[in-house]
Design a protein around this ligand. Structure first.
Ligand code: COA
Length: 374
């Protein structure tokens, strides 16, 4: 057995999946065989969510049933509502999401039932309730009253409604919907692998998603969309952008929202998200972030040949939509729950305990001495 260390599991294929395929050589991404760009153009987020969870696009009756199940599961228990009300106001909303899903696991009657049918039902409940939990915290920490979910609104519309009390125009909702489709699934990324690893011990879906949320929080993964906004706020105005980015590169800083472990010549999701960012910028009459976006991107490609990843356009898009910066990654969570759940069910269906090896590099074997002899 070779003891060569593959740090970061770089280039290692650990299992098969039927959920999505990332093709860096042609900058392409498919969910269950459908190109993500086509899904963004032709489907609503709920259709893509159904596809990821069930393996195929829904017909009208299947979609109606799926939407009904999601909409009727949106309400939180009084207990969870109270817990959210008592959370420290300064908590990061990713920690709120993580705790909320964990509490849902305490309350769910089927927590320990890992059958495919129970897992699908639990996935739907987590999918439906997590946005409600996040929006409740969004309101509470601003000293505002919680807004209950509305059953006649789509997933995207309802999230805006629960956060802001109103639904924006169709173009803004479409841009948000597109971001949810693009964030829904991306094969064996770190949070999905975390979820699959937890599942591989035959643990439950609430635990696996709780772990996945913790993993997504990190700035090298989902947390990058928040970091992009912090960077743009530091740059402040387009006139500063060129100097700022050149200075950062001179200092060998990591520029958030750029680079990817798999895509080395561009992220398949960026052209679509970039287009919707530009649309939102136009609607919101933004010139500042639009210009900063272009300048930083140009320098990163010219000087480093490093391309933006999907977190680069989503950051300023969510900002222009009015969301607080620390809510960007939680929005990612509300969508990625579908991808995680599909992988958790796939792992359960053909499980093998995930248990890699390590190469020991600590002290050589030594004898324990009595205290007075040390
Ligand atoms: N800014 C500046 N330099 C970067 C960079 C970035 N965002 N991403 C990669 N590089 C550089 C590295 O410094 C390294 O340079 P070196 O060879 O001179 O040491 C080289 O590109 C290769 O990068 P590496 O860290 O080995 O790539 P990786 O596959 O391990 O990392 C990421 C991928 C995503 C972790 C990395 O690109 C990154 O930290 N990006 C910023 C965070 C981010 O946006 N994450 C969201 C991903 S969807």
């Amino acid at each position: 057995m070779s003891d060569e260390v593959k740090k970061g599991l770089l280039g290692i294929v650990v299992d098969e999946t039927q959920v999505s395929k990332v093709m860096p050589e042609i900058n392409s991404l498919t969910y269950r065989g459908y190109a993500v760009q086509d899904l963004c153009e032709m489907c609503r987020f709920e259709e893509a969510a159904y596809l990821i969870l069930n393996g195929d696009l829904p017909n009208t009756i299947q979609l109606r049933k799926f939407e009904k199940e999601e909409r009727f599961n949106r309400d939180l228990s009084k207990n969870l509502n109270d817990i959210i009300k008592h959370m420290p106001k300064k908590s990061h909303p990713m920690d709120v999401a993580r705790t909320a899903v964990s509490v849902m696991g305490l309350e769910d009657k089927e927590t320990n039932n890992n059958s495919p049918e129970a897992n699908m039902r639990k996935a739907m409940r987590i999918f439906a309730k997590t946005p409600t939990a996040l929006a409740a915290f969004y309101r509470i920490r601003k000293g505002k009253k919680i807004i209950k979910p509305k059953k006649n609104l789509t997933f995207a519309e309802n999230f805006f409604y629960m956060c802001f009390g109103k639904v924006p125009n169709k173009e803004i909702v479409k841009a948000f919907d597109v971001s949810l489709i693009l964030y829904a699934e991306h094969s064996f990324n770190v949070s999905t692998f975390t979820a699959r690893t937890i599942t591989s011990s035959l643990s439950d879906i609430h635990g696996a998603i709780t772990g996945a949320i913790a993993s997504l929080k990190g700035p090298l993964h989902g947390g990058a969309n928040e970091e992009v906004m912090h960077m743009m706020n530091k740059i402040k105005k387009p006139e500063n952008a060129l100097k700022w980015i050149n200075n950062a590169l001179d200092k060998k800083e990591v520029v958030m929202g750029f680079g990817h472990r798999v895509y080395k010549s561009g992220d398949s999701r960026v052209p679509t998200m970039r287009e919707y960012f530009k649309k939102v910028a136009k609607i919101k009459k933004d010139k500042k972030f639009n210009k900063i976006y272009d300048i930083v991107e140009k320098v990163m490609i010219e000087r480093k040949n490093i391309h933006p990843n999907v977190d680069y356009p989503t950051g300023p898009t969510y900002h222009l939509m009015g969301f607080d910066t620390d809510f960007f990654t939680p929005i990612f969570v509300t969508s990625r729950i579908t991808g995680w759940s599909a992988h958790i069910m796939e792992q359960h269906a053909a499980n093998k305990l995930i248990r890699p090896l390590s190469k020991y590099s600590g002290p050589k074997h030594r004898k324990v001495m009595l205290l007075n002899q040390r």
